[in-house]
Structures are given as C-alpha cells and as structure tokens.
Design a binder for this molecule. Sequence first.
Ligand SMILES: [Zn+2]
Length: 280
Amino acid sequence: MTQPADAAERRAIKPVICYPNETLPVPDLELYRSARATAIKTGEVLIQPREADTFRVPAGNFFRISSVEGPQVGDLNLWNADDISERFYPGKSRALHGTHLTTGERMWTSFPGLRPMATIIDDSLDWYGIDEFGGSVHDVIGTRCDPYTGNLLSGSQYHHCCHSNLTRALADELGVSLQEAEPHVHDVLNVFMCTGFTRDTGQYFMKASPVRPGDYIEFFAEINLLGAMSACPGGDCSAEHSSDTAACYPMLVEMFAPAEGALGNWQSPPLNGYDRSHGR
Ligand SMILES: [Zn+2]
C-alpha cells in the first residue's frame, strides 16, 4: 500500500504503557525473604531431561528451581491446587509486568481469579537485564514447545515436547487420562530461557540461555499450588527444540516451609474483586 502523507507523523507518536502498574498490590518481599531465611526444606523433585514432573507447594511456602548439571531451560505450569480451573495466565502477567519476569514480579491467575499465585523472591539471573538483541530471561511470551506445531511445520510426530511432558505428568498426578489432562496444560513461564522478538520481523527468537549450574529462581506460593515442570528437549535452547538433538540436563525443584509464625498475619490474596455481573 502507498503510505499516507502523514505516515512519518503517525509513526512518531510516542507509546503509552497499556497497564501502568504503580497501583498493583506490592508484595512484601522483606517479609517473604525473612521467612525464607529460616524455612526448612520439605522435599525435592529432580526433573529428568525431556520429561516433566509435578510438585505441590502449600500457600505460604516456597519453591526454588535450580540448574544442576548443565544449562537447561524449563517450562513451568502452575494451578490452584484446590481448583485447577484457576491457573497461570501468562498473557495477563506479561501485560502487567512485561515480556520477562524477575524478582518482585508475580505470576497471576486466570479469570475470574486474577490474583497473584506466586511471587518471585530471588533470581540469580536478574543481572542479565535486556541484551543487545532485545533478549532476556524467564519469558512469558513464548508458549510451550508442542507436537502440533512440529507437525504443522515439518510433519513430525515427536513425543517429548514440553506440552506432552506436562500432559503426561499432570495425568499421572491426577490419575486421569491424557485426554482429560491435556486441556489443563497451558502456556508457561519459560524458566531460564533467553528469548525476545526480532526488531526487523517481530519474530519470537531464542538464544543460548545464560544459566549455569547453581543458578536458581525462587518463588513464594501465594495460594496452594500444584506445579508441573518440563526440562525442555531444547536443552539450553541455543539451536533447536522439538527433537532429541540438543544436550539436555535435569532440573531441580525444591520446596521449603517457613517457621511457625514467620509470616505474621500474612494471608492468601482473595479472588479478584470484580462483581462478574458483566453489565446485566
Ligand atoms: Zn520446551
């Protein structure tokens, strides 16, 4: 199409932030961290490469995801453990915080809950920031690697994409069929994954994750959580996923319980306050 006469003028309009987040409830990181300092480890799950596993974290407890043997990214799903129809909502979390999450930011739940389900209290990769390609770590812009897209693009039948790994893990956890579990699997927090959008074509890109063994990200559970983590077949996501080509490593999930009274009168956040009358 031919550009209108005022094309440059229209492009030059400055953007405005869609959701200014100054009025978001601020997590009490100091309280969370002081409770974490004396918390006791209650369990751990070692996620095998190209597999997923589940874990449960009661409200007010903590969980840490660590790189253990080599650079590896993971796909994280979270549900309200008491009602799995309330689950992580990456789209709204992205709209509220930006394309990548780090310390002090939160994972928000789906409608009608729209409340914080987990708060990031520590991130050993928070130094990374945004690199010269626009890449950053722990994104909420990708989806999860899945066999349907692989089939669409190359006719493949690959069974260890994060989507399938998460589906198997959730089915086993709930004791239901794969068909019943699959619709509960949702878009993820891409833990340790380094991603962005290219400036010229706007395409989703990945690059070798800066994560190294010992790196971790740690969360405070705002509600009772059921989690599932997949150690992505993409490994550090430096080259390809949806195949068995990349070097893959396990990932460690550890859970911690705070000492009695360490959280004072802290309480789980209530469901969103919108009255749901939708104008009728
Ligand atoms: Zn994956």
